[in-house]
Design a protein. Sequence first.
Length: 152
Amino acid sequence: MSSPNPSLPPRWFIRAFWAGQRAVYSLTRGRLGLRRATDARWGMMRLHTVGRRSGAERVAILGYIEDGADLVTLAMNGWADPEPAWWLNLQAHPNATVDLVDGTRAVRARAAGPDERPRLWALWAKPGSDLDAFAARRSRETAVVILSPRDA
């Protein structure tokens, strides 16, 4: 059963974890730091976006689940209130690439619509998870982001 007010690690710890994840990926030249999504756990991918203001490449490592050919992630920013920069970048420039354990994939991002969001949210909210309680900490609805394959 999920807790009504689950505790989160301090913000500095969450940011340090993801910085460490990026460092592991870089130091091992991609041999470590990513993982496949399974029915039991979410995977980790490396997302390449174009900065909405700078036009420069930006990279983030994110959790994801699979929904058919699509990759699905949450724009949660460690459950902090502001939208994550990678999501703002994708809203401005939806074409991106992702690095997965088995290679690189060209994708196009979009927010899940009201008809598909509940089903995708439920895929993330495994029994016993505190997903809904964590999301309630934010002043806005957490976007469910769908990364669909782009045609070559």
